[in-house]
Design a protein around this ligand. Structure first.
Ligand SMILES: NC(=O)c1ccc[n+]([C@@H]2O[C@H](COP(=O)([O-])OP(=O)(O)OC[C@H]3O[C@@H](n4cnc5c(N)ncnc54)[C@H](O)[C@@H]3O)[C@@H](O)[C@H]2O)c1
Ligand SMILES: [Zn+2]
Length: 382
């Protein structure tokens, strides 16, 4: 009996300005055969609130391309932010329901526009309804355009379970990802800078030149210069996609998770603060913790933690108020991370920019001291 079959995956990530009004790439991602394909728009309500013309722009887009797509009813709005991945009725439920009731099949498409949380919830719904329908993503935050939206994962949080962040989810390669930098101008400052935490992460792990560029352009980035931000995000996304396509482990079967650098504490902090600390802020703190642990354990070159702390501060991080969360609680994050990996603890540490190494044991004293130091640094910035 034959045992093996192979599947090719194509992971398309395209950057295009004014994609809905002047672009060509998005409609090609939505094309299915010769007849107009049913398309369900799922939209982040925070995006709509900050861009009141968004729904009419989508309507015009659909009318302009009526030969290629037929909208499956009005756009489905999901609450923006972690709320849509939470609770007993996370955002995937209305997505699954809309897929069922509005006649979305495997020759139709779900087009989701939003931040990483809405992309995650809608992506999970699209991946499980009818065992998977076509998904096209339009990420609308810096973090989603460089990181969350250009990967091949989705997920929602397991209700009522500590350590349940992203516990329910799948690996699923979207039909395409369209990053339109013009959508970033309506972000608040917190979410404007959030993606830079992931850019610094990928720079530390894979590209020293990206780190240097962020340092040189820190003032322009803080002053919301869109071309500078776009360059940083394009490089971040390219490194992320190259890791998935060329890294040999697209569906993370191995223990090594270089792109999770700084994330064990970040996830714990987000969850224990009941999502009051946004992902980018938490990752900034988590990276500082891992750099300090690395220095204390003799892994990380001396001075790198201070250099990154300075850069992150300049960009506006490390001053988010963290209330009622102590080091002991956050240290549980290591155990939750081990459980998430399903066995042996494997934490990515940085020797020097672009030189990462996996470690399987973390010195408990160094971890406690690093977490306390970063919480103090953070509190002093408020
Ligand atoms: N699947 C993955 O591989 C992956 C990777 C990294 C992070 N994530 C997830 O991504 C989420 C964080 O995503 P995020 O940082 O994009 O934030 P977010 O999705 O929480 O969105 C932040 C806020 O910005 C609003 N918003 C979105 N686009 C906007 C725009 N253009 N203008 C104005 N407001 C806008 C949203 O409504 C929300 O209030 C977390 O849930 C995290 O777990 C997933
Ligand atoms: Zn992240």
């Amino acid at each position: 009996m034959p045992e093996c079959f192979a599947m090719d995956h194509r992971h398309r990530v395209v950057f295009e300005h004014d994609a809905l009004t002047a672009g060509t790439a998005l409609i090609e991602m939505l094309r299915v055969g010769d007849a107009p394909a049913r398309t369900l728009f799922v939209v982040d309500d925070g995006l709509v609130a900050s861009r009141p013309d968004m729904l009419s722009t989508l309507d015009t887009f659909a009318r302009t391309h009526a030969d290629i797509i037929t909208p499956a009813g009005h756009p489905l709005l999901l609450p923006g932010g972690e709320a849509c991945k939470q609770g007993t009725d996370p955002g995937m439920t209305p997505v699954v329901d809309a897929i069922r009731s509005r006649g979305i099949c495997r020759r139709s498409t779900v087009l989701v526009l939003g931040g990483g949380a809405v992309l995650d919830a809608a992506g999970f719904g699209a991946a499980v309804a009818h065992r998977g329908v076509r998904l096209v993503r339009m990420p609308t935050t810096t973090l989603a355009q460089g990181d969350a939206g250009v990967g091949v994962k989705n997920g929602v949080n397991m209700p009522g379970v500590r350590g349940g962040k992203n516990l329910l989810g799948t690996f699923d390669v979207p039909v395409g990802v369209l990053n339109d930098p013009t959508l970033l101008t309506s972000l608040d400052d917190v979410h404007w800078r959030a993606g830079l935490a992931e850019s610094i992460k990928v720079g530390l792990v894979k590209d020293a030149a990206l780190l240097d560029a962020i340092e040189q352009d820190a003032a322009a980035l803080t002053n919301r210069d869109l071309p500078t931000m776009t360059r940083v995000i394009e490089r971040t996304a390219a490194l992320h996609v190259a890791h998935i396509v060329d890294g040999g482990d697209p569906f993370e079967r191995e223990r090594a998770r270089p792109l999770d650098f700084g994330h064990w504490m970040a996830h714990e902090l987000e969850a224990t603060s009941d999502w009051a600390v946004p992902h980018g802020e938490a990752v900034a703190m988590g990276m500082c913790v891992d750099l300090l642990i690395g220095e204390a354990m003799g892994i990380t070159e001396s001075g790198l933690a201070e250099r990154m702390q300075h850069l992150l501060r300049e960009l506006g991080f490390l001053q988010w108020p963290v209330r009622d969360v102590g080091p002991d609680t956050l240290l549980d994050g290591l155990e939750h991370f081990r459980q998430h990996l399903g066995g042996e603890l494997t934490v990515c540490m940085i020797q020097s920019p672009q030189h990462a190494v996996d470690v399987h044991a973390i010195d408990a004293g160094a971890a406690r001291s690093a977490v306390s130091t970063v919480l103090d640094v953070n509190a002093s910035g408020v």
